[in-house]
Design a protein around this ligand. Structure first.
Ligand code: TRP
Length: 374
C-alpha cells in the first residue's frame, strides 16, 4: 500500500482523508447506482454515502420487495451530534423501506477498547442515542435494539449470538488479524469478533435464517466488515449470505472540513440537544468559513463553499432543495452571498429543525420501553 498522509482504522482516524485513495486501499466500490427511492435522502443523492460492498444484493431485494435486514451499531459516548444523525437518517430510511432493524449498543467493545463508566455508558445509550433515533423517526415495530453485553432475555437467542462469536474465532487466524488491523490486543480481537457476530447473527435459525443484510457504517469500520465477510464464508455449519455494506464520509467538525466532530470538544460539534443560542454561537464563532477576510474582498473574489463548514452542513442535511443549494453555492462563489448571510441561513435552518426535534424527544422518552428488551 502506498504511503498515505491519513489514517483510517476502527480505532484511529487522522489526517486529511482522500476518499478515492481510501476506496482503492480498502477495496471498496464507489456507490454510483442506487434505486430511485434513495434519491430522497441528500446523504445518498449528494454522495456523502460514497462507497459500498455488495450493495447490488440490497438494491435487488428492495426492488423485488423481498425481506432484508439492516444492521448497525453504536459506541455510546458523549452527545448525539450531526455525525450520529447521518447514520440515524439511514436507519430510519431503511426501516421505511421495510427492513428489519438490528441495532447493537457496543458496550462490550467500549469496555474493551476504552475505559468507560459502564453505568454512564448505558444511560448515554438510552438518553442520547435511542431517544434521538426515536425522535428522528425510528419505530419499535421491526426493530431489535440490544446491548452487546445483554443480547436477549431469551436464552436460545442469546446463546446463539455469543456462540457465533466463538465459532467465528475458531475460523480466524492470527495472521489475518494482523493483516487487517496491524497491531491488535486480545480485547480488540474479541470486539472485532463480537461485531462480526452483530453483523451476521440475524442469519441464524434463532433469528431470521439466511437473509441479505445491509450494514451502513462510517468508513473506519470497513476492517471489521472485511474480517466478518472473510470468516463467514469459511463456516460450513451455516450458509451465510455475504454481508453488504455502505460507507459514509466523516461529517466535518465545526473547525474545518478536514476535522471530525469529537465528543471531547463541544466546540467541534452541534448536538441535537443544543439550545438555539448555543447553535448560533457555535456557528458564528466556530464554523470554519470559506469566505474572504473582508466584505470588499469577498464581493470581488467570492468564497469557497468546498471548505466552508456551514455550506457543507446545508449540503449534507439542511438544504434538501437542490435548486436552492445550487443557488447558494453559486452566489457564495461569486461573492453575492456573504459568510454572515450564509451562516444566518444555516442557523435558521438548524434551529427550526432542532425546535421540532427537541419536542419530538419529549415524546420519544415515553416510547423508550417499547424498544428494550426482546
Ligand atoms: N464498532 C462500531 C463503532 O465503533 C460499533 C459497532 C458494534 C458496530 N457492532 C457493530 C457497527 C455492528 C456496525 C455493525 O462505532
Amino acid at each position: 500500500m502506498k504511503k498515505r498522509t491519513f489514517k483510517v482504522t476502527p480505532w484511529e482516524v487522522s489526517g486529511k482523508i482522500d476518499y478515492d485513495n481510501l476506496i482503492s486501499d480498502f477495496g471498496l466500490r464507489p456507490l454510483k447506482f442506487l434505486p430511485k427511492v434513495f434519491n430522497k435522502l441528500p446523504l445518498f443523492r449528494r454522495g456523502i454515502v460514497f462507497a459500498h460492498r455488495d450493495f447490488k444484493r440490497i438494491a435487488d431485494v428492495i426492488e423485488d420487495k423481498k425481506k432484508f435486514v439492516m444492521m448497525t451499531g453504536l459506541m455510546p459516548f458523549g452527545k448525539f451530534h450531526f455525525g450520529h444523525m447521518a447514520v440515524a437518517n439511514q436507519i430510519v430510511f431503511y426501516q421505511s423501506l421495510g427492513a428489519k432493524i438490528y441495532l447493537a449498543v457496543a458496550d462490550v467493545e467500549a469496555y474493551n477498547t476504552r475505559n468507560p463508566d459502564m453505568k454512564e455508558l448505558r444511560e448515554t445509550a438510552i438518553e442520547e442515542y435511542l431517544t434521538n433515533y426515536i425522535a428522528l423517526g425510528l419505530k419499535p415495530n421491526n426493530c431489535d435494539f440490544y446491548f452487546q453485553s445483554q443480547r436477549s432475555k431469551h436464552g436460545k437467542k442469546a446463546n446463539a449470538y455469543y456462540s457465533l462469536a466463538n465459532l467465528l474465532a475458531r475460523h480466524a487466524t492470527f495472521n489475518e488479524f494482523k493483516a487487517i488491523y496491524g497491531e491488535i490486543s486480545p480485547g480488540k480481537m474479541i470486539s472485532a469478533l463480537l461485531q462480526a457476530s452483530d453483523m451476521l447473527h440475524a442469519q441464524l435459525p434463532e433469528f431470521e435464517n439466511p437473509v441479505p443484510i445491509i450494514v451502513p457504517v462510517g468508513a473506519d469500520q470497513d476492517p471489521h466488515l472485511r474480517l466478518a465477510r472473510d470468516i463467514s464464508q469459511r463456516i460450513k455449519l451455516y450458509k451465510f449470505i455475504q454481508l453488504s455494506s455502505t460507507y459514509l464520509k466523516f461529517i466535518p467538525g465545526l473547525k474545518g472540513v478536514n476535522t471530525k466532530m469529537s465528543s471531547s470538544d463541544s466546540n467541534s460539534y452541534i448536538a441535537l440537544t443544543d439550545s438555539p443560542e448555543t447553535v448560533t454561537t457555535k456557528i458564528k464563532k466556530h464554523a470554519f468559513s470559506g469566505g474572504r477576510g473582508s466584505v470588499t474582498e469577498h464581493r470581488k473574489l467570492g468564497g469557497n463553499p468546498d471548505v466552508d463548514v456551514s455550506f457543507q452542513y446545508l449540503r449534507m442535511f439542511f438544504e434538501p432543495n437542490d435548486k436552492k443549494l445550487k443557488k447558494i453555492e453559486d452566489d457564495y462563489k461569486s461573492g453575492a452571498l456573504l459568510t454572515s448571510e450564509l451562516k444566518e441561513y444555516l442557523i435558521k435552518k438548524i434551529n427550526s429543525f432542532l425546535d421540532k426535534h427537541q419536542k419530538a424527544r419529549k415524546d420519544a422518552r415515553k416510547k423508550l420501553k417499547k424498544f428494550i428488551y426482546h
